[in-house]
Ligand binder design. Sequence first.
Ligand code: FMN
Length: 201
Amino acid sequence: MVFDMVSLSAENRYKLLTATVVPRPIAWVTTCSADGIVNAAAFSFFNAMGNDPPILAIGLLHNPEGGAKDTARNIIATQEFVVNLVPESLASAMNITSAAVAADVNELELANLKEIASLKVAPPRIEGSPVAFECRTFQAIDTGPKQMIVLGEVLAVHIDSQYVLDAERCHIDTSALELIARMHGRGWYARTLDQFEMKRR
Ligand SMILES: Cc1cc2nc3c(=O)[nH]c(=O)nc-3n(C[C@H](O)[C@H](O)[C@H](O)COP(=O)(O)O)c2cc1C
């Protein structure tokens, strides 16, 4: 069956994309408003896009009720954000911070999460997240009237020492991070522990 993406409604395009482009890693993004209010929310239109410079990409859609999300507004205002990765142990907290709440609410406090000061940017990272990327906006691209992509240059990455196998060689115990990914629908997730190896040719 072919679905004509040009004539489909935006809602149905969303369903087809998110039901098939899986699993998607989750960027748990912390930002600060121009007034310094800390914000956190999850984004699964997310991936790493290059290493020289190191670039992460995040797809931000407008709120269903209209208007840019707080994360998007804050990134445009301050040009800084932190991408925290999500272990299964913090899945529920991540979900709480991603609820639609007023811009003046600190979502980390809402989820009983602690902030850790970043080194190079103002937004803090989230305690308990095993990996956090401190980013400065490389480019923000409007890809439609209700969506944008933010490319972030990674200035520093924090990786909990217990997962660093060999710091000199930058070897990380990826499986031990127990990161989760987003699947189809609003509530389905995947673990990253079902793996197989294939030797490179
Ligand atoms: C696992 C997960 C993935 C999400 N992925 C996206 C996404 O890729 N893009 C997006 O615009 N919203 C996404 N959302 C919804 C936002 O997190 C949600 O709209 C949030 O309230 C935005 O918060 P903010 O207004 O504080 O930025 C996702 C939510 C969850 C729970």
